[in-house]
Design a binder for this molecule. Structure first.
Ligand code: NAD
Length: 365
């Protein structure tokens, strides 16, 4: 059978060092006179400065927490409604972008955030324009229709076209201050997106090309960016890899490593990138086949074992946890069960049931 696929990528992407300075011009072009800027406490002083300099920014919400909670979304939505905002700008890591995306999607509708979160209310067709400005190089949230939100201890991935940003400004300069540990976590998240988009049962040709280039770019630049955060060439390449990684998984969706990341984040409090990376090298070996071997060779590695080895080396270099004994008292049976029943597990090319996952985790004791 010949090639057949459906592909779309609706976000206008402005990529390059220093391009964040075009924000005012972009707001004008998008005819946004009133908007809310969302960030986390790290960016708060700069956000206040931006508000002073730019009349279109009428309010700042700077309290986004990692693994963002629904309550932050409720606060941003209230601000946007109060100021009759026409847009929401998210400047930060995935936690900030996901908060801004959700609030922009619901602000024009009268409903409560919890009703959309619980699926009792559909996301409206009319929404505020959202501008995504990533400051970490990992999630690719600037080009996905995903928002990952926690409510209490539950962490949920919601996938809806309403979350697609209208525009993304990817300025690698903004990532120069990311600490080494976060650089490694987020860089391996980008690697996980690319690999999972590639081996997902929903894989498709355009995303495969993006995935291969993203994996190659992470392999060539992550250690450099981790060693020297001011190496702007490495930072720029990592921002590019994260963007490509986002586009590589946006349609095929992620699979086993991401399925396992949810219980690892919820029950053992690993940051998202570290949680994905925890099983990534093991899953490379479990998914090893001719297709994955093709990717390995295309990025200059001998085989799947070499890819798994390099991922493990990067984790160890970055001080990420690699063994269950580092997570405290782990109930392997429960962990394997929770991973096996996660909906993303269905996208994995190899069926990994509870028994297979117990075996995988036992080898990581
Ligand atoms: P994050 O947004 O939680 O930020 C991690 C830490 O890095 C924070 O303390 C933050 O203050 C700090 N930080 C961010 N930028 C900085 C900078 N430039 N300088 C100094 N410090 C900085 O981390 P993340 O990994 O970018 O995002 C993780 C979240 O994104 C998780 O909730 C995850 O589930 C979600 N996610 C979403 C998607 C998607 O498509 N929507 C994809 C993958 C992950």
């Amino acid at each position: 059978m010949g090639i057949e696929f459906t592909y779309s990528q609706p976000v206008a992407i402005y990529f390059g060092q220093g391009r964040f300075r075009m924000l005012s011009q972009l707001l004008q072009e998008m005819e946004i006179d009133r908007c809310v800027l969302v960030c986390d406490p790290y960016f708060a002083p700069r956000a206040q400065q931006i508000m002073k300099e730019n009349k279109a920014v009428c309010a700042v919400f700077s309290e986004v927490e990692p693994n963002p909670q629904l309550k932050g979304i409720i606060q941003v939505t209230e601000l946007a409604r109060k100021h009759q905002a026409q847009g929401v700008i998210g400047v930060g890591g995935g936690s900030t972008l996901d908060t801004a995306k959700f609030a922009a999607a619901i602000a024009l509708d009268g409903g409560d955030a919890i009703d959309y979160y619980e699926g009792r209310r559909s996301f409206p067709a009319r929404r505020l324009a959202m501008i995504a400005v990533p400051t970490t190089a990992g999630t690719g949230s600037e080009v996905t229709q995903v928002s990952v939100v926690s409510h209490g201890t539950e962490k949920k991935t919601i996938n809806n076209p309403a979350f697609m940003p209208k525009a993304a400004i990817v300025d690698p300069e903004l990532s120069s201050s990311v600490p080494p540990k976060v650089t490694m976590n987020t860089g391996l998240d980008a690697m996980a997106h690319a690999l999972e988009g590639y081996w997902s049962v929903n894989h498709q040709p355009i995303c495969d090309v993006l995935a291969i280039e993203a994996v190659r770019t992470v392999l060539n630049n992550l250690e450099r960016a981790w060693r020297d955060g001011n190496d702007m060439e490495a930072r720029s390449n990592m921002a590019y890899a994260a963007l490509l990684g986002g586009m590589a998984f946006a349609q095929p969706k992620t699979a086993a490593s991401h399925a396992c990341s949810y219980p690892l984040s919820e029950d053992y409090h690993l940051p998202h990138g570290e949680a994905c990376a925890f099983t990534l090298d093991s899953i490379v070996m479990l998914n090893a086949d001719e297709r994955l071997d093709y990717l390995c060779k295309a990025v200059g590695l001998e085989d799947c074992a070499a890819l798994a080895r390099r991922i493990r080396e990067l984790k160890e270099l970055g001080g990420l946890r690699t063994r269950l004994s580092q997570l405290g008292d782990v109930d392997v049976g429960k962990l394997a069960h929770d991973c096996a029943v996660h909906p993303l597990m269905k996208n994995n090319p190899v069926r990994l049931d509870e028994t297979a996952l117990v075996k995988m985790f036992e080898a990581l004791r």
